[in-house]
Design a protein around this ligand. Sequence first.
Ligand SMILES: Cc1cc2nc3c(=O)[nH]c(=O)nc-3n(C[C@H](O)[C@H](O)[C@H](O)COP(=O)(O)O)c2cc1C
Length: 180
Amino acid sequence: MKILAFAGSNSAASINKKLVTYVASFFREHTIEVLDLNDYEMPLFGVDKIAKTGIPQQALDFAEKIDESHLLLISLAENNGAYTTAFKNIFDWISVIPERKAFWGDKPTFVMATSPGPRGGASVLNIASTTLPYYGAKIIDTFSLPGFHENFDSEKGITHAGAAAELQSKIEKIKADFLV
Ligand SMILES: Cc1cc2nc3c(=O)[nH]c(=O)nc-3n(C[C@H](O)[C@H](O)[C@H](O)COP(=O)(O)O)c2cc1C
């Protein structure tokens, strides 16, 4: 099975990339690819550009990565209560690829978020889990890690016992339900 993982952030030190890479490490028996949004930087989306310049190759490439995968792991950074511009730009470009049935690809998707603060990206997680299904994502579970810097260690992973247990049980359920 192919698993595609990425953070909704273009930060070089992205804590969401750290979280999603950590979560992906529990799926080692599968083929895992962790994307970096910086490799998919495109012009700022605008409807006029669709006719003028066409859809950037990076959007087509990103969509192909989604289409080739069996499961998506994503961890969204929260900027001003919503998606980062980097993520939304890719999302919008993919959404205008002609004849793409469900542009999120009908893929089972585990949506996560983390932030340094106490809400753990709750707003962006809520936006994603309530709206991505309208765009073809099958949200199979969600996970939020508040206080990233207090609760995550680069060697040990999640150090908060309750959060670690919650994540483990969600991963086990995903494996049982979606990765035979
Ligand atoms: C412009 C901007 C807006 C932000 N807005 C929020 C916010 O609304 N909620 C939040 O929890 N953190 C917010 N943050 C802090 C981010 O959660 C923090 O920068 C985090 O590291 C982003 O994730 P990343 O490292 O994966 O990019 C904001 C940061 C920036 C730079």
